[in-house]
Design a protein around this ligand. Structure first.
Ligand code: F6R
Length: 261
């Protein structure tokens, strides 16, 4: 696992956006897995600026969702489908057929989960998956004690995650759905490159457990230690509980050939 400490969220967003742009330059139809929430916004802003400046051609680029709420009315502005369209698909000018995600309004949710895993495989798999991390160490919506081998499935959100996400629902926890569809940890680990961005002091403990703790389902993000190409980008605040911060800083600063992440 490579741990890159950046000064702030903007720098993290820029670094990851450049890595995605480089991916689309060498593989124009690469499939980018996108996360929602607040953390990845600087990535999407930086990527949008690159596209606007003509620094990367996204005419064949594809994106896919990591997770989705279950039970929100179709088109609800806080559904992750609507969020990804608003934050990524439209700003980058991607076509409607460039985007896949699970169907959170399906009558048969289990069938929708299995269909999504099949859709990811037939799309050739995810080339680069952006991840955020929950304060409880979740990735996607794989809450603590999720199986490290799990596939896309329905999960129940913990009270902590519903409290954390209430800010997207008028600060009213009653409006936050209880259930979600999420790519499983096993599904996430199939992406060719995992890039987790964590910013702010609130994520410091989860980051330390992910990077320096044992691989354990109680900290789902620790599964990244099992992946052959996982990059964790953290700002100073999110790095504040890493015992090896000094070592990570030194390694990053002395990289002999800097070619992106
Ligand atoms: C959302 C997702 C979640 C978030 C995590 C952090 O698609 O997969 O794992 O990344 O809850 O959310 P923020 O970035 O809002 O702190």
């Amino acid at each position: 696992m490579e741990v890159v400490i950046v000064p702030d969220a903007k720098a993290g967003g820029e670094l990851i956006a450049e890595s995605i742009a480089a991916l689309w330059r060498r593989k124009p139809d690469a499939l980018l897995g996108v996360a929602t929430g607040s953390t990845p916004l600087p990535i999407y802003d930086a990527l949008t600026a690159k596209v606007a400046a003509g620094a990367v051609d996204v005419s064949r680029a594809r994106v896919c969702q990591l997770d989705e709420y279950v039970g929100l009315p179709v088109g609800h502005p806080e559904s992750y489908r609507a969020t990804v369209i608003r934050q990524v698909v439209e700003p980058l000018g991607l076509g409607a057929d460039s985007f896949i995600g699970p169907d959170g309004s399906a009558a048969d949710v289990q069938a929708a989960c299995e269909a999504y895993d099949r859709a990811l495989s037939s799309a050739g798999g995810v080339d680069l998956q952006i991840l955020g991390i929950g304060t409880d160490g979740h990735i996607g919506f794989n809450e603590p004690c999720s199986s490290l081998a799990s596939r896309t499935r329905i999960k129940t959100l913990t009270e902590q995650t519903r409290v954390d996400n209430a800010r997207f629902f008028d600060d009213d926890i009653e409006q936050v759905p209880h259930h979600v569809i999420t790519q499983g940890i096993g599904t996430i680990l199939e992406a060719r490159h995992l890039v987790l961005l964590a910013t702010g002091e609130g994520k410091a403990e989860a980051v330390a457990a992910t990077v320096e703790g044992p691989v354990a389902s109680v900290v789902p993000a620790s599964a990244l230690q099992l992946h052959p190409h996982a990059t964790v980008v953290v700002d100073e605040a999110a790095a504040s509980k890493l015992k090896l911060a000094h070592y990570f800083r030194h390694t990053y600063a002395n990289k002999p050939t800097w070619q992106g992440l």
